[in-house]
Ligand binder design. Structure first.
Ligand code: B16
Ligand code: MG
Length: 221
């Protein structure tokens, strides 16, 4: 089966919003007297807002109303940071890589856990680049469940083995592998279990990645 679609995660692949997530969670944690470090923040990559708060609470229990209020507060802080995002905040190699993929006729999807994904894409001037946008509102079961990437592939009208998922988070690679997608891990988190791991998209091209995947496919057959 030929590769017909690329599905990109947002935070850590298209742009780096992890720092803004960190600053927003840190503000909430400081106000509530909870310990929270940059190292803690790394573990939140790809997790939904609720799962992130549960991690931050480290087993401490708060009632649902307080959870909702804290998530709202964190998101208010986060959205203030988002106003700083411009097209210059696309990660290195992203613009050229996506343009080259489109030239090859590859369909482009987004699979992000974020409920702010549409706003971030708009600020990056990439909203219309994506044929299908899957975000934190698209499915109930968030990463590491495979549902979001399956939802995006369905929207793109491609079969799972025809799509490649680009992810920076362990939970995201787990989700994509569970569904049976080809995976490209980006960055320096725990993405060693992806089929291909790269520091970023600068030293590769869609053609190069597709031929590497086809070689992997052949060795498996
Ligand atoms: P929001 P991704 C994820 O984005 C972030 O990596 C994660 O840190 C965040 O908690 C999650 O989005 C939810 O974001 O609070 O904006 O809904 O990597 O899946 O693009
Ligand atoms: Mg991510």
């Amino acid at each position: 089966m030929p590769i017909r679609a690329f599905i990109f995660d947002l935070d850590g692949v298209i742009t780096d919003t992890a720092e803004y997530h960190y600053l927003a969670w840190k503000q909430l944690a400081d106000e509530e007297g909870l310990p929270f470090s940059r190292e803690d923040n790394e573990k939140l990559r790809g997790l939904s807002r609720r799962d992130s708060l549960l991690q931050l609470l480290k087993g401490n229990v708060i009632d649902e109303q307080t959870m909702q209020a804290w998530m709202r507060r964190k998101n208010d802080y986060y959205q203030t940071y988002l106003t700083r995002i411009t097209p210059q905040d696309r990660l290195p190699g992203v613009t050229r890589f996506i343009e080259d993929a489109q030239t090859l006729g590859i369909r482009i999807g987004l699979g992000s856990a974020s409920r702010n994904a549409r706003d971030v894409l708009t600020r990056l001037d990439l909203f219309h680049t994506f044929d299908v946008i899957g975000d934190g509102y698209s499915v109930v079961n968030t990463k590491p469940a495979p549902d979001l990437f399956l939802w995006v592939a369905g929207g793109l009208r491609v079969a799972v083995p025809e799509a490649v998922v680009f992810e920076d988070a362990e939970a995201g690679i787990d989700a994509a592998l569970k569904a049976g997608f080809w995976t490209v891990g980006i960055g320096h988190s725990n993405i060693g279990h992806a089929h291909i791991a790269l520091p970023d998209l600068t030293e590769t091209s869609p053609r190069d990645l597709i031929s590497r995947i086809e070689a992997l496919r052949t060795t498996r057959e």
